[in-house]
Design a protein. Structure first.
Lengths: 144, 142
């Protein structure tokens, strides 16, 4: 119950932050990516603002053995760059550039994003459903 | 000259980082939007479904309370259905194949100086810029 309560609070603060920062507005995201048009640097302020509290949080996490609710903190990740990391990120970036929405804002804007936003979210979930099989193919190709 | 949008961007960014810090330190989880939703879609995260659904409920419902404080909130998403569907499929599949999106690899990864997070962010920013510029200035479809 406590886990769900804090998950709700965290999701809510995330959604509020995405709305306040303007990241639910595709013109701000595409304005950042459009280096040949009217370039909009807002996204850099958002990412910078988001990274600052997290640098502190990772430092606190490093000194603790468990999270506040008792379960393990995320283990360090092996610094391996594999094919699926690069291919997946390129696919994600291409879709992000075309529509101006990434997964967080796609969910945060559900209530006011209109039919276009709902269609994007449904297509995104379709892509997520297909991803494990695609990933398997990429991994097999990489080792062949 | 600091523009108002940049201030809102920074303040909103602090809120996003605060949310990620809360999820990390209290729940012990990495706040990655694509992972939280994707684990429900492909069933890999059903053992933690309640926590994921609670996060998504907050993410969807709380903006409804925030929106009235702004004069205009609009996603301005394109009206081109083909572009919306292709982009959605690419974002969904790509983030799950790369195991992270802007929140997981970007916010949570870069802040722990993770090589994977930094490399992912470089590639999705480059691909995003190329896709955006090609679609707008060369093809003229968005």
């Amino acid at each position: 119950m406590k886990r769900s309560l804090f998950a709700f609070l965290s999701g809510g603060l995330f959604g509020a932050g995405l709305t306040v920062s303007g990241m639910v507005d595709t013109t701000k995201v595409q304005g950042w990516l459009d280096v040949f048009g009217a370039w909009d640097p807002t996204l850099a302020f958002v990412l910078g603002g988001a990274i600052l509290p997290m640098i502190l949080a990772w430092r606190v996490a490093a000194r603790r053995s468990t999270a506040v609710l008792g379960n393990a903190l995320p283990a360090p990740v092996e610094p391996t760059i594999d094919r699926s990391l690069v291919i997946g990120s390129v696919m994600f970036g291409a879709g992000w550039g075309l529509a101006g929405l990434c997964p967080g804002p796609a969910m945060a804007s559900l209530s006011f994003g209109g039919v276009g936003g709902v269609v994007f979210l449904v297509a995104m979930m379709g892509g997520m459903y297909a991803a494990p099989r695609l990933r398997q193919r990429i991994d097999q190709f990489a080792t062949a | 000259m600091i523009e108002q949008d940049w201030v809102f961007g920074f303040v909103g960014g602090l809120m996003i980082g605060g949310a990620a810090a809360l999820y990390l330190l209290v729940n012990g989880r990495i706040m990655g939007a694509s992972g939280i939703l994707g684990g429900l879609v492909d069933r890999s995260g059903w053992s933690t479904a309640a926590e994921r659904l609670a996060f998504i409920a907050g993410l969807v419902l709380v903006p409804i309370a925030v929106v009235p404080f702004f004069t205009t909130v609009d996603t301005h998403i394109t009206g081109n259905w083909a572009v919306i569907i292709v982009a959605g499929l690419l974002v969904g599949a790509g983030t799950r194949i790369a195991k992270g999106c802007t929140s997981g690899h970007g916010v949570c990864g870069i802040s722990r100086f993770s090589l994977r997070g930094i490399v992912a962010t470089v590639f999705y920013l480059l691909a995003g810029g190329i896709a955006m510029v090609t679609a707008r200035h060369i093809l003229g479809i968005i």
